[in-house]
Design a protein around this ligand. Structure first.
Ligand code: ADP
Ligand code: MG
Length: 256
């Protein structure tokens, strides 16, 4: 049975999609069966996995509106080594359409029930908001992985997310927990980043992953080639860090 994780942070540009596709590729390298669910209308996870977003085809939008199953809407990324349930601009409208419907926050959960036996991991790339789409992700998941940059306002933004997760845990999904905070785009030469990193560890203890993802240009270049950094240049520092992170996640799952 798949373990399902949201990669969430309501800020944009903090490394959610990079974390999703590279963790997926890292897990695929160690033989795990992985499904990436792109819940962001920007469709970056789909593009970054080498699946063309302009092609008119079934997507997560159809799944949420129950006009397609996940099996029908999922595509294989051979280069990346995992499956992708893609998003496109249409998904932005789903937010409004879902409000009218019943079980509007449980649609993804219901759809995933049909494929959980086919995967070891489902990784959900959330949009940069605490919206109904994100709520569908949180209602489906066993846990949340929060990528964050070690910057001055990082901790402040975190409290909104932590509160939302607590509320979902209390009212909608008792399984949900924060699996961990992942420090990304880290530059150890910057004193402020070291300080925030220490603060994170003293606040959140072992909820902070041991692996640290460095700022690395190969990770930023990879999406334009339609592959995760782990596939684009497996020897780069960024890719190596994500491969380490995949091992750390696989281990954490065993003790969950
Ligand atoms: P989000 O999904 O949270 O909006 P992205 O994963 O798209 O964030 O990352 C934002 C930008 O930062 C992208 O251009 C991405 O390529 C770049 N980026 C992400 N992680 C790293 C990293 N570790 N090193 C260098 N660039 C990175
Ligand atoms: Mg993104």
């Amino acid at each position: 049975m798949a373990r399902i994780f949201c990669i969430a942070n309501q800020k944009g540009g903090v490394g959610k999609t990079t974390t999703t596709v590279n963790l997926a590729a890292g897990l695929a390298r160690i033989g795990k069966r992985v499904l990436v669910v792109d819940l962001d209308p920007q469709g970056n996870a789909k593009m970054g996995s080498g699946i063309d977003k302009r092609k008119l085809e079934l997507s997560i939008y159809d799944v949420l509106l129950e006009s397609a199953t996940i099996a029908e809407a999922t595509r294989r990324s051979d280069k990346a080594g995992y499956d992708v349930l893609g998003a496109n601009r249409e998904l932005a409208g789903a937010e409004v359409e879902l409000v009218e419907l019943d079980r509007r926050d449980r649609r993804l959960k219901a759809a995933l029930a049909g494929v959980v036996s086919e995967y070891d991991f489902v990784l959900i790339d959330c949009p940069p908001s605490l919206s109904l789409l994100t709520l569908n992700g949180l209602c489906s998941a066993h846990g949340v992985i929060v990528p964050m940059q070690c910057e001055y306002f990082a901790l402040e933004g975190l409290s909104d997310l932590v509160n939302t997760i607590k509320q979902v845990h209390a009212n909608l999904n008792a399984d949900l927990q924060i699996i961990g905070l992942l420090r990304v785009m880290y530059d150890p030469r910057i004193t402020l980043q070291q300080q925030v990193s220490e603060q994170l560890k003293s606040h959140f203890g072992d909820k902070v992953f041991n692996t640290v993802i460095p700022r690395n240009v190969r990770l930023a270049e990879a999406p334009s080639y339609g592959v995760p950094g782990v596939v684009f240049d497996a020897h780069s520092k960024g890719a190596q860090a994500f491969i380490d992170f995949a091992h750390e996640m696989a281990q954490r799952i065993e003790t969950m």
